[in-house]
Design a protein around this ligand. Structure first.
Ligand SMILES: [Zn+2]
Length: 101
């Protein structure tokens, strides 16, 4: 049979914490393309990384499961974020719009 009961117990504990940390971190978030990324999705796991997706504009940001908070730059391409995380490489293909009045 499936042995998921224990995994559910442990993983279910940090979801509310993660939500709290995310909302707190959202206050100091940087404006990007006119979107405040106020509504981020639940952390998604892919390619050994966790990331969140902005529900408004679809931008992605890496999520630290240990600290329960997002970190690093925003980018629409997850591969850029992973590359940044692995080698701290700054994405070069992303132009930097300066919309600050
Ligand atoms: Zn956004």
């Amino acid at each position: 049979m499936w042995r998921v009961s224990e995994a559910c117990k442990t993983s279910g504990r940090w979801w509310p914490l993660g939500l709290l940390a995310t909302s707190l971190a959202g206050i100091g978030v940087v404006v990007f393309r006119g979107c405040w990324h106020g509504k981020m999705s639940w952390p998604v796991r892919a390619q050994d990384h966790s990331y969140q997706v902005c529900l408004s504009c679809g931008i992605k940001r890496l999520f630290n499961e240990k600290d329960f908070r997002a970190y690093g730059p925003y980018n629409y391409d997850l591969t850029h974020l992973i590359a940044w995380n692995l080698g701290r490489v700054t994405p070069q293909s992303e132009p930097k719009p300066r919309r600050t009045a």
